[in-house]
Design a protein around this ligand. Structure first.
Ligand code: FAD
Length: 368
């Protein structure tokens, strides 16, 4: 029911304006507020904090709807199932009451700022510092590639509260950007895909926030918190991947049934049949694996290694399926008026962010 409701909302409210957002390279705040009113924000947060009291399965239904409708740049998946859970799991009662209801309404738009120009895969290299000064932290540093970067007004910043301690000196600090000075948004970065998402640079110049914005009871917990939450981030990227695979196949099957060459439909060529038979089989395997990961995750049993397998394998599959499906569209597949063209471009980053697929393989290999 949630999937149907989300599909209806996204088709009626977002899809008609999607081209406009792709051109502007960002969404507008109104779309977020409307999504909040429709119950699509913080679906898995408890009702006492303004959420809908669901689980990751509910978030998954919403993310699948986003992908199936084809509005992948709408950054509510990150807001819902990456940013909000940090506050739920590590926030004090006061922090949860302060931030989650406003995230559920869309008043606060979430982002998480880990990556820096000099620290991507190797997050231990984060340089952004948070220096304690009485009951405040002074944050200094720069971040890049931050999803929702132009619109976000609640940003979880990965900082070093004690640079001498490496990973153990890492802390997560919430910055409510409307309430601080010294915070600047840099360029909204020019990407090859996911155009409508405002992936941006962020700068922190002596940004002072109260020490009560630290997530967790003490400093130095940031790295452990990131490691605990990354499996859900990775699974969420898998959600987008499997949903895109299914959409691409459905679109392509329709296309090859219509398009003709040499007096036959494209589907009548054995090459087309074999390709689609292979892809459909892999999509089915992917769906079964994905659903099993979600079931395990809801029961609390999805280990980080399996989550890494899901991220790496499903996004690799997505890349392969987009490429093959585009090929079956011929020249029309290269034209932006056909959805497969955008799906091909949007897919590429899935193997890069959330931990690159090479890093996923390292994590899997370490467990062997
Ligand atoms: C569209 C987009 C949105 C993003 N959103 C966010 C966000 O919201 N928040 C955020 O914090 N970050 C975000 N990122 C950043 C993303 O997580 C990083 O780009 C990613 O982690 C890789 O880091 P890097 O770009 O510095 O690549 P690098 O770490 O420089 O890697 C370069 C290459 O080297 C490989 N490599 C690195 N280390 C190893 C190793 N040990 N063994 C083998 N190969 C290795 C990598 O796999 C990659 O192929 C986003 C990025 C993009 C493109």
């Amino acid at each position: 029911m949630l999937y149907d409701m989300a599909t209806r909302f996204l088709s009626e409210e977002i899809a008609p304006r999607y081209e406009e957002f792709e051109k502007a390279e960002m969404f507008d705040r109104e779309s977020w507020t409307k999504a909040g009113e429709a119950g699509l924000l913080c679906a898995s947060m408890p009702e006492e904090y303004g959420g809908s009291g669901g689980t990751f399965a509910h978030e998954s239904a919403i993310i699948e709807a986003i992908s199936h409708v084809g509005v992948d740049g709408f950054g509510i998946g990150l807001h819902n199932s990456i940013v909000a859970p940090y506050i739920l799991h590590y926030g004090s009662e006061e922090q949860k009451k302060k931030w989650l209801p406003r995230m559920a309404s869309g008043e606060l738009i979430g982002a998480i700022a880990m990556t820096e120009p000099g620290a991507g895969s190797d997050l231990q290299g984060v340089k952004t510092s948070a220096k304690r000064d009485g009951n405040h932290y002074a944050i200094n540093g720069s971040k890049t590639f931050i999803t929702n970067g132009q619109l976000a007004n609640l940003i979880i910043v990965v900082t070093k509260t004690d640079p001498s301690k490496g990973a153990k000196g890492t802390s997560l600090i919430v910055v409510e950007t409307d309430e601080v000075e010294g915070f600047e948004r840099g360029r909204n970065l020019d990407k090859i895909g996911l155009k409508s998402n405002d992936t941006s640079e962020l700068f922190f110049n002596d940004v002072r926030v109260p020490t009560s914005n630290l997530l967790g009871h003490e400093e130095g917990q940031g790295f452990i918190q990131l490691m605990q939450q990354l499996p859900q981030e990775r699974l969420q990227i898998g959600t987008t991947a499997i949903a895109a695979v299914e959409r691409a196949l459905a679109l392509t099957i329709d296309y090859v049934k219509e398009r003709k060459a040499f007096g036959k439909t494209i589907l009548e060529f054995q090459n087309t049949q074999f390709k689609l038979a292979e892809l459909k089989t892999e999509a089915t395997i992917g769906r079964v694996f994905y659903n099993d990961c979600v079931a395990r995750h809801i029961d609390g049993g999805l280990d980080p290694v399996t989550a890494s397998m899901a991220k790496y394998w499903l996004t690799d599959l997505q890349g392969k399926v987009m490429d093959e499906c585009l090929q079956l569209h011929g020249g029309y597949g290269y034209m932006n008026e056909y959805p497969i063209a955008r799906m091909f471009r949007d897919a590429r980053v899935q193997r890069i962010y959330g931990g690159t697929n090479e890093i996923m393989k390292l994590l899997i290999a370490r467990s062997l």
